[in-house]
Design a protein around this ligand. Structure first.
Ligand code: AQP
Length: 334
């Protein structure tokens, strides 16, 4: 087994990239580029597990690509492409569908959340989504997967699938067991309307999230309207843990200022939320608006974005085919 470190991660082109995607994933994708080979994928096959309007999907693929670059990913250094353009993802997913167990998939909480109350009506794709995610990672023998905390269970499943494949086919250490890289400080950004729900692209209310493309006045308005409680900011972290909306805003502030929550509480304790909100809005405008501006500029040049995806696909495909040849042989396919 080669001990070369490779990171793989994906983002679904399902709508506007938001602050949760940025702080939970993209920001870390960028810093990992200095440490190892990185493969970043716009996971369009995952996106279609729930219905996407075809024209919207096409433009979201390009917009997510622009979001990657505007956030600081280097397309010369890292491999950036869209999943459906490398057919090995679908092929390996089928092989892994035959390795993974129904009982394992039945435990996946994201399926339960996304399928809602009527599971019979959810697509089969949504149910087996974690097997495709395992294929994405294992196709490149990735050793590290930078993700938000919501994806931890899926990475654990990828490890189980890798281990079972290696055992079933007597292919010791063929697939490395991928490690999740979950940001310690800010693993999950919550909705601005409900501190118990994660910030999400598909949440109906645009006031629940800060989009990377939001203008400064929209950011200020959304933070002003963000739900809080009636008490002043506490001095104690334990007390903060019991107040989800306050915790969310202070966690975002702590990440943007590079200060620990404790230090932020020292500065803010006893003050009311309008003080925090004014400071937070300023930080967000400073951080997010330049990214949004870059995204909008790139969206005017679809040829540039398509060229990035084409180059990425070519590089990814070489890696994928190399591994698939070995996988087919191990499984007994000729
Ligand atoms: N709220 C969040 N906080 C921290 N990290 C987050 N991520 C997503 N939301 C948050 C991380 O971003 C990466 C890409 O996620 P995704 O877009 O592929 O899928 P998702 O997790 O399903 O994101 P959304 O916004 O909730 O999309 P929809 O609404 O389409 O389902 C992942 O690493 C994820 O952890």
């Amino acid at each position: 087994m080669s001990n070369k470190m490779t990171a793989f991660s994906g983002v679904q082109p399902t709508g506007n990239l938001h602050l949760g995607n940025y702080l939970g994933a993209l920001k870390h994708f960028v810093s990992l580029q200095k440490k190892m080979e990185c493969i970043y994928c716009i996971v369009d096959l995952h996106a279609i597990t729930t219905f996407q309007k075809p024209e919207a999907l096409k433009s979201n693929i390009l917009e997510t690509t622009a979001g990657f670059i505007a956030s600081g990913l280097d397309h010369e250094k890292s491999i950036i492409f869209n999943q459906s353009s490398v057919s090995g993802h679908a092929e390996l997913a089928w092989i892994l569908n035959c390795v993974s167990r129904v009982g394992w998939l039945n435990r996946m909480t994201q399926f339960k959340d996304k399928a809602g109350s009527d599971k019979e009506k959810a697509s089969v794709g949504l149910y087996i989504y974690p097997n495709l995610m395992a294929a994405d990672i294992l196709l490149y023998k990735a050793t590290h997967v930078p993700v938000g905390a919501d994806q931890k269970q899926h990475i654990e499943l990828s490890r189980d699938i890798a281990l079972k494949f290696n055992n079933d086919f007597n292919a010791k250490n063929f697939f490395p067991l991928p490690e999740p890289l979950i940001p310690k400080k800010i693993s999950r950004i919550m909705s601005l309307r409900d501190g118990l729900k994660k910030m999400s692209k598909s949440e109906e209310s645009d006031y629940s999230r800060i989009n990377l493309k939001d203008e400064a006045d929209e950011i200020v308005k959304k933070i002003k309207k963000a739900k809080t409680d009636s008490k002043p900011i506490p001095s104690d972290e334990k007390e903060l843990m019991k107040r989800p909306e306050a915790l969310n805003l202070l966690t975002i502030y702590s990440d943007l200022t590079n200060k620990s929550i404790n230090d932020v509480l020292k500065d803010m304790a006893g003050k009311d939320f309008s003080h925090l909100k004014t400071n937070l809005s300023e930080m967000l405008v400073e951080k997010i608006c330049p990214i949004g501006k870059e995204i909008k500029k790139m969206l005017g040049d679809s040829i540039f974005l398509k060229e990035i995806l084409k180059k990425g696909r070519e590089k990814a495909n070489i890696r994928a085919e190399e591994n698939l040849k070995k996988i087919r042989d191990i499984v007994g396919l000729i």
